[in-house]
Write a protein of this length. Structure first.
Length: 354
């Protein structure tokens, strides 16, 4: 069936694979829904978006995404409540950040009617893939790549924006130990660290592999110039609880403006948890670990929401964190999840009904 809805062409897949999916045993990011949204930018304008069957597509071997890395993405989730309604969490923030990434990568900005309205239309078609229950969600991956051909080193003139959807269970990566970076950097001043550019993530793979080989799951990245300031943990923003105060680094050209990070800070402030957004020094963390005032470290991001860290290593010295009954990380995660799943009042107006 072909149809036009709000200037979006819809080509329905005649069959669905949903009944072949074991929703109780999902590997994160490996299973995708029946449909995807695709919209091309050519001759200086965005063409009509199309929702069609999820399938491979052909692209020229000289496409600039392969040679010069013009590729950006976002990570979002949709949730289902007890009334079978589907909700998004702060999609306007993801749209705004997507366009900031586009500008930094010399790519065209995506209009709201394609990003937000297109996503809502796609989710309405795929709502049965969003399963009710704590931990269940539909992971949303909007992305843009340069599809213009030619190997001359300049921005493309043609781009492809897409949205694909992947059902997800509660994200659990086991106990996480981290090593503090002393040589490798995630990003540098003047670079693309604040953009969700694909290259940021591929550049992390090698140092993370080295950390894995030493028995650590992730790296806490430090600033590129001095390696004295704590910045992010793996692919997440990072928080430190020293005493009863939550500390996190300010956003910058090197640090991603995380949606979950903002939400954690807002919930903490609402609930009278002391917060400080300022540079956090490695020596400060080590001193707090030694004198017993370091209580928690946790990462914050879309996939895991909040990921507690049980210990860290610095210069071959390992520091185990205490096991707490009143964990800020778990308390804030529960409150955030309750808003996302509509189990608590959304006093912030973060959720958007599909």
């Amino acid at each position: 069936m072909n149809s036009i809805t709000n200037d979006i062409k819809i080509i329905k897949n005649e069959t669905s694979k949903i009944n072949e999916v074991d929703f109780e045993n999902l590997t994160f990011g490996n299973t995708f829904t029946d449909h995807m949204l695709i919209c091309d930018f050519r001759n200086g304008v965005w063409e009509q978006p199309v929702i069609k069957a999820y399938e491979p597509f052909t692209i020229d071997p000289s496409a600039k995404v392969f040679h010069y890395g013009q590729a950006i993405f976002e990570g979002m989730k949709a949730y289902k409540d007890a009334n079978d309604d589907v909700w998004l969490f702060r999609p306007d923030e993801n749209h705004t950040r997507f366009n900031k990434s586009a500008v930094r990568m010399a790519m065209p900005e995506i209009p709201e009617n394609i990003f937000i309205d297109g996503l809502k239309t796609l989710l309405n078609i795929e709502k049965d893939w969003v399963k009710f229950g704590n931990g269940n969600s539909l992971y949303i991956r909007p992305f843009m790549i340069a599809i213009g051909s030619g190997v001359i080193a300049q921005p493309s003139s043609q781009y492809r924006f897409m949205i694909i959807l992947s059902p997800a269970k509660s994200y659990y990566s086991g106990e996480v130990k981290v090593i503090i970076a002393e040589h490798f950097s995630r990003a540098a001043n003047g670079g693309i660290g604040a953009a969700k550019a694909a290259g940021n993530y591929s550049a992390q793979f090698y140092p993370t592999k080295l950390a894995n080989d030493q028995g650590f799951q992730q790296i806490i990245w430090t600033d590129d110039a001095t390696h004295t300031k704590l910045e992010e943990a793996g692919t997440m923003n990072v928080f430190f609880r020293i005493g009863d105060t939550l500390l996190t680094a300010p956003t910058s050209e090197r640090i991603l403006d995380g949606v979950t990070r903002k939400s954690v800070l807002d919930i903490a402030k609402r609930d009278n948890i002391a917060t400080e957004v300022r540079p956090v020094l490695v020596e400060e963390l080590v001193a707090a670990a030694k004198n017993g005032t370091l209580k928690e470290i946790f990462g914050a991001g879309t996939a895991a929401v909040i990921n507690p860290i049980i210990g860290f290593s610095f210069r071959d010295e390992y520091f185990e964190l205490p096991k707490l009954e009143n964990s800020f990380a778990l308390e804030i995660k529960e409150k955030l999840n309750n808003i996302q799943y509509k189990l608590a009042e959304d006093t912030f107006n973060w959720t958007v009904k599909i």
